[in-house]
Design a protein around this ligand. Structure first.
Ligand SMILES: [Cu+2]
Ligand SMILES: [Zn+2]
Length: 217
């Protein structure tokens, strides 16, 4: 690549040449052409750098404004099941959105909860402990006036192919904020064999634990 400065120098020299020798049409044209190229190159460079710095400013201010945090969790089969999936938690503007994609389920409803610990080591996932309940309330349906655990997400429905998806949003959770009553980091995601009845204490009588994932930063 020939730099614009070099082109500019060549064109200026050509212009001098034009003055010393008898004016020739071709030299005059070349001189003009080079000058035009040189100046347009310089202008392009200026525009490029202006666009780059504007884009960078926009990215920085967007990050500051929303402070987005994301954790992706892989679910592993438990209790001899073939249930697996992925759960993504995203914190933005003071809310956490959970998007779950689960496969290998029996068609129909299944309970889904956050349990106390991110430890999925046990074959039946009992190593995750009970429902995450930092506010010491009764088990119940999310939002119920009679109380609910902060891990009582509810039920998901698997289609005839055993696939279930869920989008759940709340401002009662956070990702890594350090507030024991809100922070989901260090908790476990459990999907059950059965349905949460929202009544039976303290489990919802949802049966075995068929898949497990730890929420770890
Ligand atoms: Cu559970
Ligand atoms: Zn519960």
């Amino acid at each position: 690549m020939i730099s614009s400065n070099l082109i500019l120098r060549i064109s200026l020299n050509l212009c001098k040449l034009k003055n010393t020798i008898k004016m020739k049409k071709s030299i005059y044209l070349l001189c003009t052409l080079f000058l035009v190229i040189a100046f347009s190159c310089k202008n392009e460079k200026k525009e490029e750098s202006t666009i780059e710095s504007t884009e960078m400013e926009e990215v920085v201010s967007a990050e500051k404004a929303s402070d987005v945090k994301t954790i992706s969790v892989a679910l592993e089969p438990k209790s001899g099941s073939a249930v697996s999936g992925e759960v993504v938690f995203t914190q933005k503007d003071g809310k956490v959105t959970m998007v779950a994609n689960i496969k290998g389920l029996k068609p129909g409803e299944h309970a889904i909860h956050l349990h106390e610990k991110a430890d999925c080591s046990a074959e039946d996932a009992t190593s995750t402990g009970g429902h995450w309940n930092p506010t010491f309330e009764n088990h119940g349906k999310w939002g119920s006036s009679e109380g609910y655990h902060k891990g009582d997400i509810g039920n998901i429905t698997a289609d005839e192919n055993g696939v279930a998806t869920l989008t759940f949003e709340t401002d009662e959770w956070c990702i890594g904020c350090g507030d024991d009553k809100k922070d989901i980091v260090g908790r476990g995601i459990i999907v059950h064999e059965g349905v949460d009845d929202f009544v039976t204490q303290p489990t919802g009588n949802a049966g075995g634990r068929v898949t497990c994932g730890g929420i770890i930063e």
